[in-house]
Design a protein around this ligand. Structure first.
Ligand SMILES: C[S@@+](CC[C@H](N)C(=O)[O-])C[C@H]1O[C@@H](n2cnc3c(N)ncnc32)[C@H](O)[C@@H]1O
Length: 223
């Protein structure tokens, strides 16, 4: 028996709360992805979504207002690592699909194990800077979500937004990956300017301190 909990919906589709913590409904009951706690609510199982392990959860905890994921969304996730955040997105889009690109073979092995249990997660071993390499196994998507912690994060993101005609996007910018010497605020503002110059509408640019030091989440829309 799991602990019972009382949850209520948030304004974000598929995300629930007990007033303190965030939860998503477990697509694969009894299965944990990263040691997260599981709870029962009204006969269904929910997974705690831990902000110190997921920049997307940190963004919501810190007051992020825009959340483009829907039950039927198609999502391209760049930098999926072993699938921690991607698995919560997979819970939310129970009727959709999340294509997960990861460059590290070590992380990819763990990612494949997560995807094998989750019918809506597709693992892709590849370099997010080269969308042409994986376009054959993809379809157009509604949302691009990127968290690669690498130089040239914005260019990589733009390439993928265009290649798969995404209408919405979220990019977790790690300032130190762009330039260790410059103040993070400058890097976040520069990223925002570049996105605007390329014709995207920047909806939010939210620093993730103190949950994720020197990171910001930038949310964009093509609409
Ligand atoms: C900060 S971790 C991502 C954590 C993950 N988003 C989560 O919340 O569960 C960054 C990941 O991006 C991957 N990565 C870095 N450069 C990449 C690239 N060019 N293409 C695809 N993945 C990349 C790294 O191997 C690493 O696993």
């Amino acid at each position: 028996m799991r602990a019972e909990i009382v949850l209520r919906r948030t304004k974000f589709e598929g995300v629930l709360t007990d007033s303190e913590r965030l939860f998503t409904k477990n697509l694969v009951p009894s299965a944990r992805v990263y040691g997260e706690r599981l709870y029962d609510y009204r006969g269904e199982e929910y997974r705690e979504w831990v902000p110190s392990r997921s920049k997307l959860a940190a963004y919501l905890k810190l007051g992020g207002k825009t959340f483009p994921f829907r039950e039927g969304s198609k999502v391209l996730y760049l930098g999926a690592a072993s699938g921690t955040t991607a698995s919560h997105i997979s819970d939310i889009l129970a009727e959709g699909r999340v294509y997960c690109v990861e460059i590290s073979p070590r992380s990819f092995r763990d990612l494949v194990a997560v995807c094998e249990r989750r019918g809506n997660m597709v693992p892709i071993l590849g370099d997010a800077a080269r969308p042409e390499d994986y376009s054959l196994v993809m379809e157009d998507v509604d949302v691009v979500y990127q968290d690669v912690a690498q130089k040239n994060q914005v260019s990589m993101f733009l390439k993928n937004m265009r290649a798969f005609e995404a209408g919405d996007g979220m990019i977790a910018i790690k300032a130190r990956s762009e330039d260790v010497a410059r103040p993070p605020k400058e890097i976040f503002e520069e990223a925002e300017r570049k996105l605007r110059r390329e014709g995207l509408r920047v909806v939010e640019n939210l620093p993730l301190d103190p949950l994720e030091k020197d990171h910001a989440m930038i949310v964009v829309s093509m609409k």
